[in-house]
Design a protein around this ligand. Structure first.
Ligand code: NAI
Length: 400
């Protein structure tokens, strides 16, 4: 069978294995060609990535395994493999092909697929650190993005991406029908604010660190990072001052608490504020699409656009190592290029003119959609999209 893209709204229902492989190889190439002059002795050798199958988590895993750190990695992700119901998710193939390339480069790459909130997955991670990492981890990257989190007592918290205080009207763009859809979001209830913080705030990150400390697997000097977003004032009603922003403020505060927990190990923890990018998670955010197509257009015009791998290369080569560069709130900022006033002036100009009739022309809709398709292994140069796959062979890939 040939594998074709299947997209419903902003969700991909198929992924191309060879495209995912090529996307991994392209990211490795980007790391190889980055000018990285860091002294290996200060870099983490044993890295745990929670959420390492796509987006920033995958990019950080590739940057650390194939950059100067030459790190061994354990990654936890929640991905679906091929079956008679479908070909599986891009993250499933990303895990397989990352591991293949890492092993060829003589790095350990352990993929744990399952719910990172579940106790048995935490036990598997600790066991893997003991068996594969000589019992110690140097860097823990928290990069989970999800809509729901189960609690220990049978609760299920769900995040709601909503404004706080006032309703908000904005547009989303669907990839299948290429339509600009205006909608009005009602303000979040207190319960929705609370649950979004439970899902996307810092609590689970802190729980992970506690469990790793209790299992005695934290190395001397160990660090931990989690990713955040703040954005310019034009997005604040949707993000920074909305439910997700509240959760991120909680994440920032948790970074200080984790920093204290790691102090006895001479370690540290930081929230890293990244640029807005197209990922599986971010395209869900209502009103995000118009901002991103305006941002991509402005950043590409000015030659400062970055992809997740470019963000992560810059993070590890200049902002976290050789020593962390933080702002007055102890945040690592790699959103500086996005927030540059020249970029934002141009973004505001584009946004003020953007409508459902002209969004494909005025904004970088083409680049936005292409990055989404590429996340799922489609529209990538050099890939044979005529290739005939055999389901049994695809299933067998995952058990190697
Ligand atoms: P993504 O959707 O590309 O990746 C999410 C990862 O979490 C995947 O590996 C997925 O398998 C894993 N995951 C989700 N639920 C899981 C579960 N229950 N158990 C195990 N693994 C699970 O997301 P993205 O965009 O890379 O997000 C990562 C972090 O970066 C988030 O905290 C997000 O808020 C932040 N961020 C994202 C920005 C963006 O524009 N995409 C901008 C700034 C920060």
């Amino acid at each position: 069978m040939k594998i074709e893209p299947i997209v419903k709204g902003v969700v991909a229902r198929s992924a191309h294995p060879l495209g995912c492989k090529q996307a991994i190889l392209n990211q490795i190439k980007a790391v190889d060609s980055a000018n990285d002059v860091l002294d290996q002795s200060i870099l983490p050798k044993r890295v745990l990535v929670l959420g390492g199958s796509s987006g920033f988590g995958l990019a950080s895993r590739i940057a650390l395994a194939f950059g100067a750190a030459q790190a061994d990695t354990i990654s936890v992700s929640y991905e679906k493999g091929p079956s008679d119901k479908g070909v599986g998710t891009a993250g499933w193939y990303n895990n397989i092909y990352f591991k293949q390339s890492a092993q060829q480069a003589h790095r350990k790459a352990i993929n744990i697929n399952g719910d990172a909130f579940a106790q048995d997955i935490r036990k598997q991670v600790i066991q893997a650190i003991k068996e594969e990492f000589d019992g110690q981890v140097d860097l823990i990257i928290y990069s989970l993005a999800t809509g729901a989190r189960p609690g220990a007592n049978g609760e299920l918290w769900r995040s709601a991406i909503k404004p706080i205080g006032e309703s908000l009207t904005g547009a989303s763009i669907t990839f299948d029908s290429e339509q600009w859809l205006e909608s009005t979001l009602a303000p979040a209830t207190e319960q929705e604010i609370y649950e979004t913080q439970k899902v996307m705030g810092g609590e689970d990150w802190a729980n992970w660190i506690d469990e790793l400390i209790n299992a005695d697997v934290i190395a001397k000097g160990a660090q931990s990072i989690a990713f955040s977003y703040i954005g310019p004032s034009s997005t604040h009603a949707t993000y920074h001052q909305g439910t997700l922003g509240r959760a991120k403020v909680d994440l920032h505060q948790t970074s200080h608490a984790i920093n204290l927990k790691l102090a006895p190990f001479a370690g540290s923890a930081y929230a890293v504020v990244c640029k807005a990018l197209v990922t599986k998670a971010s395209v869900y955010i209502p009103t995000f699409a118009p901002y991103v197509i305006a941002l991509y257009k402005a950043m590409k015009e000015q030659g400062v656009h970055e992809t997740p791998i470019e963000q992560m290369i810059r993070l590890f080569n200049a902002h976290l190592y050789p020593s962390p560069r933080v702002d007055q709130e102890r945040l690592i900022r790699i959103d500086d290029l996005e927030l540059n006033p020249r970029v934002q002036t141009r973004v505001d100009q584009i946004l003020s003119e953007l409508t459902k009739h002209n969004f494909k022309l005025l904004g970088d809709y083409k680049g936005f959609k292409q990055e989404f398709m590429q996340l799922n292994g489609f529209e990538i140069e050099g890939v044979d999209y005529e290739h005939e796959f055999d389901l049994e062979q695809l299933i067998a890939l995952g058990v190697q």
